[in-house]
Design a protein around this ligand. Structure first.
Ligand SMILES: [Zn+2]
Length: 269
């Protein structure tokens, strides 16, 4: 799937989960907490594609999250791609094919999603609000790049960076400082898993089983057969899936926020 679809699916899953927790478990979140979780999960849902470095995309074309923060993120993407390729070569078995780039390998595995979620929570616990503002900056930047793809391309990375810095700083000022932020780690981790599921329904697939070997292959790509697979950038992805993610997001956000808005105007429901 492409950037906007990944970001929208992350937002939809976080909003639907928050709505379900609110409705069925009585776990209510403030509007700011919902917004932060949604943005972080949308950003997290783009994070695995930071293994798509400049050279790779030049061959393939298409927008990429690697351009979110200009050359800085292009460089990071290059490093992540080479690191992933290194892990691929170090762990591949005799039936795994040779590869020249690391895209859709390490960062598209479930252990990676768990590690990123755990790492985020650990950073937040150790460094408190300072870690929170850094993670928000990174994730909001990715989310903006993904959700407003066309705008971000026109506006350029400087504006995208400024917008995410502003949003991160605002959130930092508004967040209560006397608590941990385990939800951030959960949102990033869930975002990564949602990304992996999104790539799973394409024909290229993802190494879903890694690191469990099957038939002398450690990196078996699991995806849908061509007849069923969602074509990347095709009509099903752009209209059906993005439409569904948008509707789910709006309904769940309205379901959670409407009661408090109505209450403010003294309207009983
Ligand atoms: Zn991907």
């Amino acid at each position: 799937m492409m950037g906007p679809s990944h970001a929208l699916s992350g937002a939809a899953v976080w909003l639907a989960g928050s709505w379900a927790l609110d409705k069925f478990a009585g776990y209510e979140q403030s509007p700011l907490a919902i917004a932060v979780g949604t943005a972080v999960c949308a950003g997290g849902a783009l994070f695995p594609d930071l293994d798509l470095s400049g050279k790779v995309t030049r061959n393939k074309g298409g927008a990429t999250v690697a351009r979110t923060f200009g050359v800085a993120s292009l460089f990071v993407a290059e490093v992540i791609e080479k690191l992933s390729l290194g892990v691929y070569h170090a762990t591949r078995l005799s039936n795994d094919p040779d590869r020249e780039n690391g895209h859709r390998t390490l960062t598209h595995t479930l252990p990676f999603a768990a590690l990123v979620g755990w790492g985020t929570t650990t950073l937040c616990t150790a460094f408190g609000k300072w870690a929170v503002i850094g993670i928000l900056f990174l994730m909001i930047g990715l989310a903006v790049r993904g959700l407003f793809d066309e705008w971000a391309k026109r506006a350029g990375w400087v504006l995208v960076t400024a917008v995410s810095a502003g949003a991160a700083y605002y959130t930092y000022l508004e967040l209560p400082g006397d608590r941990g932020y385990p939800m951030l780690g959960l949102a990033v981790g869930v975002g990564c898993v949602v990304h992996i599921l999104g790539d799973l329904i394409t024909s290229a697939g993802v190494p879903l089983l890694w690191p469990i070997p099957t038939g002398k292959r450690m990196w078996r790509m699991i995806g849908l057969p061509d007849a069923l697979a969602v074509k990347v950038g095709g009509a099903v992805e752009v209209y059906v899936l993005r439409g569904a993610f948008t509707i789910i997001s709006l309904l769940c956000a309205a379901g959670m926020l409407a009661p408090s808005v109505l209450r403010r105007f003294n309207i009983e429901v």
